[in-house]
Design a protein around this ligand. Structure first.
Ligand SMILES: [Zn+2]
Length: 361
């Protein structure tokens, strides 16, 4: 078996505001990039999909994580096939079969993903992407865990990039509540959605990389931090606030430059999404709305088209206003203190700046 793992050690140095203090904070992220899940499927497509390789493909760690994420992302897990069965059916019936894991897209995009994959393998990610991802963390934060990055070609239709905790259960990688965080990129969705050229797709991937590295670092920071309160999973409102903070800051990092220079172009999204967020908060307190509907409302906070994910988008605008009016340190403080503090910081800010959209808590 070929070992196709490259390791990229990136150190980012932050200087304190006052250079004379010579206070320096070092934050290290070690990216362990796993390409094999993509390479193997591309080879499989090229070699007319040999049956005897299905077992091996199915055993790759990136594939196991991707499969586990698809099963968990679907509300009705019993209705979904395992990836191995999906591969077999796809192989037997390429033209007519509609894969539950997006094998049709992977097959259609295979030439473009091969180009993108080779660009990723031959280019070191700019240290700027890492620096952007870590800009709001407290000084002196140390990240201990390696960031395992998996490049795959299949998965859930909304999962172009995601971070999940994973652990080995009975010799197989599974998405779990606790475990080591893994970053997963579905390259078929990148080539399908993000531009015509490999260069454009690569630029988007670099932006999203900083977004996902933020999640990675934030996951680890929350696990490490004793200040971060644990929240019950049954509490929809608090889960929503966690999404607003976590996805909000990540989306802000992703789009900050464009948002600062062209804010007026985005104002309509701010209005629309705050309306949706306020409605969601009210619905979580309603006795008339059942748990299944509440779960769906919560899921929409961060699933779907970019400007329609009301939790993520409102959090992005909140981060923008908090940094603009209170400074970077105010966001850092909420990273230390949790989702509630992010929401409270915004509510207090809005009381001073009535032109900002109101949050109906
Ligand atoms: Zn995200």
């Amino acid at each position: 078996m070929k070992k196709i793992i490259s390791t990229l050690m990136i150190s980012v140095f932050f200087l304190s505001c006052s250079n004379s203090e010579k206070e320096e904070n070092t934050q290290k992220i070690k990216l362990v990039q796993n390409f094999e899940s993509s390479i193997k499927i591309l080879e499989w497509f090229d070699n007319e999909m040999p049956k005897d390789e299905i077992e091996y493909i199915n055993s790759l760690s990136g594939i196991e994580i991707m499969e586990s994420n698809v099963l968990l992302s679907n509300p009705d897990t019993n209705a979904i096939l395992f990836f191995k069965e999906d591969l077999i059916l796809f192989r037997e019936n390429v033209k007519e079969y509609e894969s539950e894991y997006g094998l049709n897209i992977a097959f259609k995009e295979r030439k473009r993903t091969a180009n993108l994959l080779s660009k990723i393998q031959t280019t070191n990610f700019d240290t700027l992407a890492i620096k952007r991802a870590l800009q709001f963390f407290p000084k002196g934060t140390q990240l201990k865990t390696d960031a395992n990055v998996y490049y795959v070609l299949t998965g859930w239709e909304w999962g172009d990039a995601y971070v999940r905790n994973v652990k080995k259960v009975n010799g197989k990688y599974k998405v779990a509540e606790t475990g080591n965080p893994a970053l997963v990129f579905n390259l078929s969705l990148f080539t399908k959605l993000y531009g015509e050229t490999t260069e454009e797709q690569f630029q988007t991937l670099t932006n999203i990389m900083s977004h996902e590295i933020f999640h990675f670092a934030f996951n680890e920071f929350k696990n490490e931090s004793t200040n971060y309160p644990l929240i019950s999973d049954n509490d929809y409102k608090h889960q929503l606030f966690r999404t607003v903070q976590n996805e909000g800051i990540a989306h802000y990092i992703d789009i900050k430059k464009v948002l600062i220079t062209n804010f007026s172009d985005f104002e309509k999204y701010q209005k629309e999404n705050f309306e949706k967020l306020n409605k969601a908060i009210i619905s979580f307190s309603s006795q008339q709305i059942g748990n299944e509907d509440k779960k769906k409302i919560l899921q929409c906070a961060n699933v779907g088209k970019y400007w329609e994910k009301y939790g993520a988008i409102c959090g992005m605008f909140m981060s923008y206003h908090i940094e603009r009016l209170l400074g970077k340190e105010a966001i850092t403080k909420t990273i230390k203190n949790g989702a509630e503090s992010f929401i409270e910081t915004y509510i207090e800010l809005q009381l001073q700046h009535r032109e900002l959209p109101k949050l109906e808590i």
